[in-house]
Design a protein around this ligand. Structure first.
Ligand code: ADP
Length: 476
C-alpha cells in the first residue's frame, strides 16, 4: 500500500530554516539596536561630563567665577547649564533653561556620576562639579543634556529594523520553502516511479535518475540495483513455478502410462490368461518391467523430497565395488528386457577392496541413475563401460567410478545445466521419451551427501562419461 504523499519533510525543513533565520536576524537586530543605544547615550553622558569639567576648570582659573559667556549654549539648544551657590540657590542659568531649575543635590554631585532625571516632560542627563576658590567650595556648576535626539534616532532605527527583519524573514522563508521543494523534487519523482512500478508490477522498469550523482543519484542507483535483483528473483520464482508445473504434468503422465499398460494387461489376463501360459509369462514380464520403472521413479521422487526436507540418512561402511556391481546387475537385467547396449563392468577389480562410508541404497540409486541414463541415451549398437580407480587425479584417499557410454552425448550448451532439476536437453527429449530431468540432480545430491562429487565429460554425438569421486573409509 502506498502512503499518501505528505509534505512533512519539506515543511519541517522549511520551518527549521525559517526558525534559524528568525533567531539569527532577531539576535543581529537586537545587537545592532543595543550597541547603537549604548554608544549614543554614552556620547551624551561624555558630553555633559566634559562640558561641566571645562566650566569648572574655567571657574578655577577665574577665582571661582564661571565666565559669563561660558554658559552660552546657543549652538546646542538641548544643552543646559546652571550655576548654584554652596547653599543650592541658583546663581545663573543658560538661556536654553528659560528660567527653569535643574534638579540638584550635593550628594549626587559628590557621587561623580551622570544622573538621569526629568525636567517636566523632558528626560535629562545631568552632571555637576564643585566650584572651588582658595580651597573652599564656592558653588556648583551643573550641565544637562537631553538625550531626546538619541531617542528619536533609536525610534527611527526601530522603525527600520522591525519591518526590515520581518521582510528579510519572509524572503528567507519563501526562499527556504522553494529550495527545499527543489531539493525534494527528485525524491518525489523517485517515490512516484517506485509506486508506479509497485502498482503495475512491471519489474523491467527502472528509476533511471537523470540528475547529478549526488546522494539522491546514489539512492536511485541503489534502488535500480535492488529492482534488478528483484526482477532476477521474480524470474527465478517464475521459472521454478513453471518447472514445478511441468514436473507435476510429467509425473502424472509418467505414472499414468505404466498404470494404463498394467490395467489393460490385467484385463487381458482376466479374459484369456489362464488358457495360454506363454501369453501369461510375457504379460507378467511386461508388467514387472513397468512396475520396476514406476518403483524407480517413486524412489527418485522420495529421495528428492527427503533431500528437500534435509532428512538424515544412515551411513555404514560399504564395499563400493559390490554396490556398483549390484546396480550393473539390475541394469543388466533391465537391458535384457529391451535395451541391447553392451554393459561392460570389467574395470571394477581395481577398487575391489575400497570401502566408503555411505548408505548402500542411496549409492546404488546413484549408479542406477548413471547406468540408466547411459542405456537410455546410447543406441542399441553402442557400448557402456564401468571403470573403477583409486587415487583419481592424484587425490589419495579417494575412489572414483566412471560410467562412460558411446551414445548421443551432450552439447556444450547443455553441459552446465544437466544437473539442474527438471532439465532435459532437446537432443535427449528427441531420443528418449521417458525421463523427468530429475536423475542427475538426485545423483549429484547423493554424491555430495557422501562427501563426494560427480562430474561429466561429453561432446555432442560422441558419448558421455560421468565420474563419481568418493572419500575412502579404508584405502585398499
Ligand atoms: P532424464 O530423466 O532426462 O534422463 P537426468 O537428470 O537423468 O534426466 O538427465 C538430465 C539430462 O542430461 C538428460 O535429459 C540428458 O539431456 C542429459 N544426459 C544425462 N545422461 C546422459 C548420457 N549418458 N548421455 C547423453 N545425455 C545425457
Amino acid at each position: 500500500m502506498r502512503l499518501r504523499p505528505s509534505p512533512y519533510i519539506r515543511t519541517r525543513l522549511a520551518a527549521w530554516f525559517i526558525l534559524i533565520v528568525a533567531v539569527v536576524l532577531a539576535t543581529f537586530s537586537f545587537a545592532v539596536y543595543q550597541l547603537t543605544r549604548y554608544n549614543s547615550l554614552g556620547e551624551v553622558q561624555r558630553d555633559v561630563r566634559q562640558r561641566a569639567t571645562l566650566l569648572a576648570a574655567a571657574a578655577a582659573a577665574n577665582h571661582g567665577e564661571v565666565p559669563a559667556q561660558a554658559l552660552d549654549t546657543e549652538g546646542a539648544p538641548d544643552v543646559f547649564a546652571q550655576i548654584v551657590d554652596a547653599s543650592g540657590t541658583v546663581q545663573r542659568s543658560s538661556a536654553s533653561l528659560a528660567g527653569r531649575r535643574l534638579p540638584f543635590s550635593t550628594a549626587t554631585v559628590g557621587a561623580g556620576q551622570v544622573q538621569e532625571v526629568r525636567l517636566g516632560e523632558v528626560p535629562l542627563y545631568v552632571f555637576g562639579r564643585r566650584l572651588l576658590a582658595d580651597g573652599r567650595v564656592r558653588g556648583y556648576v551643573l550641565v544637562a543634556r537631553s538625550p531626546r535626539s538619541v531617542y528619536l534616532a533609536l525610534s527611527r532605527l526601530r522603525r527600520v529594523l522591525y519591518p526590515g527583519t520581518a521582510l528579510a524573514l519572509a524572503l528567507a522563508g519563501g526562499a527556504g520553502w522553494l529550495l527545499t521543494r527543489r531539493a525534494m523534487r527528485p525524491l518525489e519523482h523517485l517515490d512516484r516511479t517506485a509506486a508506479e512500478i509497485a502498482a503495475t508490477g512491471d519489474h523491467t522498469r527502472r528509476l533511471r535518475h537523470r540528475g547529478p550523482h549526488d546522494e539522491i543519484g546514489r539512492l536511485a542507483a541503489t534502488i535500480d540495483g535492488m529492482l534488478a535483483s528483484l526482477e532476477d528473483a521474480h524470474r527465478q520464482v517464475q521459472e521454478a513455478n513453471e518447472a514445478q508445473r511441468r514436473f507435476l504434468a510429467d509425473v502424472s503422465h509418467e505414472l499414468r502410462t505404466p498404470l494404463t499398460i498394467m490395467l489393460s494387461s490385467l484385463d487381458l489376463l482376466a479374459r484369456v490368461g489362464t488358457s495360454d501360459p506363454e501369453f501369461n509369462k510375457t504379460t507378467l514380464q511386461d508388467m514387472r518391467a513397468e512396475v520396476t520403472r514406476m518403483a524407480r521413479m517413486v524412489s527418485q521422487l522420495l529421495i528428492m523430497a527427503r533431500s528437500d526436507a534435509d532428512a538424515a540418512i544412515s551411513y555404514q561402511p560399504v564395499l563400493l565395488a559390490d554396490v556398483v556391481a549390484d546396480a550393473c546387475r539390475r541394469e543388466w537385467a533391465n537391458g535384457a528386457g529391451g535395451r541391447a547396449a553392451d554393459l561392460v563392468d570389467r574395470g571394477l577389480g581395481a577398487i575391489g577392496e575400497a570401502v566408503v562410508r555411505g548408505n548402500p541404497d542411496y549409492l546404488e540409486q546413484l549408479f542406477l541413475i548413471l547406468l540408466d541414463n547411459a542405456a537410455k541415451y546410447t543406441p542399441p549398437s553402442g557400448l557402456i563401460e564401468v571403470r573403477g580407480h583409486l587415487d583419481p587425479l592424484g587425490a589419495p584417499e579417494r575412489v572414483a567410478v566412471t560410467v562412460a557410454d558411446t551414445g548421443i552425448g551432450i552439447s556444450a550448451n547443455d553441459l552446465p545445466h544437466i544437473f539442474d532439476r527438471f532439465y532435459r536437453a532437446e537432443s535427449a527429449r528427441a531420443h528418449a521419451r521417458d525421463g523427468m530431468g530429475l536423475g542427475l540432480a538426485i545423483a549429484r545430491h547423493i554424491a555430495e551427501q557422501h562427501g563426494g562429487r560427480i562430474h561429466v565429460e561429453s561432446t555432442l554425438g560422441h558419448g558421455a562419461s560421468f565420474t563419481v569421486t568418493l572419500p575412502l573409509l579404508s584405502p585398499g
